[in-house]
Design a protein around this ligand. Structure first.
Ligand code: ATP
Length: 252
């Protein structure tokens, strides 16, 4: 199967500081790639490059065989650790906003039948993430877990080719985090998603991912720690089909 996303000899450097070096990677459609690595290894930089927020110093990235567009389009969805929802919009408006921006780029507003169709589509997506009863709430009226569900719905409504998750559950309490694990696996299966998730939680990386990628420096110069960057030092293909079931919570 040809790769959905390919990185070839990708380097990211800031002045004389090398953050990523020689990253070569193929991500198959339908895979769930967990990215782990020590703090400062360049995991978020890697995501920003795939998102298009950052242009690599050298190397090529293709999505569906095409060079990655400079600006992030609807082909890439993203959910960050901190809530990226609009506080002044209701849950439903937050999810409709992306559709309105795409379908009515000048006004970012839809009317009549087009608006009704967008509302129906957004409502269905909100039901899929478990917020079907919260359409008219504002983000400030919701828990952190609910806001992350909303952020996931916002990303998925654009039907991205690839979903990027940057520590999406890092700020959540353990119980809520477990609920989010169940949700994201279900969405991954139901929507046939391709996911790249950065996490500090090794257990999370292995329980959710079909593949675990570790970014770290292969070479280290103690006299010039910035001289070498991180690359994929481990690349473990776990399962072809679907992740293992969520482990039972540990007894207190
Ligand atoms: N715009 C920038 N200019 C200079 N250095 C940068 C820039 N962005 C990131 N860096 C450096 O690149 C390195 C990698 O940062 P990055 O945030 O990608 O690491 P990370 O693995 O995601 O870290 P963490 O796990 O702590 O979130 C860090 O040393 C950081 O200081």
């Amino acid at each position: 199967m040809s790769a959905l996303l390919s990185l070839r000899n990708v380097w990211v450097e800031y002045g004389d500081r090398v953050v990523l070096e020689k990253v070569d990677l193929d991500v198959a459609e339908g895979s769930f790639v967990s990215v782990v690595g020590p703090s400062g290894a360049g995991k978020s930089t890697f995501l920003r490059v795939v998102l298009g927020q950052e242009v690599p110093t050298s190397g090529t990235i293709t999505l569906d065989g095409q060079p990655l567009a400079r600006e992030c389009g609807p082909d890439r969805g993203v959910v960050f650790q901190r809530y990226s929802v609009f506080p002044h919009l209701t849950v439903l408006q937050n999810v409709m906003f992306g559709l309105e921006c795409t379908k009515a780029p000048l006004l970012a507003r839809l009317f009549g039948d087009a608006k009704k169709r967008a509302a129906d589509e957004a409502t269905a997506m909100l039901q899929a993430v478990g917020l079907g009863d919260s359409l008219n709430l504002y983000p400030s009226q919701m828990s952190g877990g609910m806001q992350q569900r909303l952020a996931v719905a916002q990303a998925l409504i654009m039907r991205p080719r690839i979903l990027l998750l940057d520590e999406p559950f890092g700020a959540l309490d353990p119980g809520i985090r477990a609920d989010m694990h169940v949700l994201i696996r279900q969405l991954w299966r139901d929507f046939g998603l391709t996911v790249i998730m950065v996490t500090h939680d090794i257990k999370e990386a292995f329980s959710l991912g079909t593949r675990v990628l570790a970014l770290d420096k292969r070479r280290h110069d103690p006299h010039a720690p910035h001289r070498f960057g991180a690359t994929a030092v481990y690349d473990l293909e776990l399962r072809k089909d679907e992740p293992a079931p969520e482990p039972e919570p540990e007894a207190a």
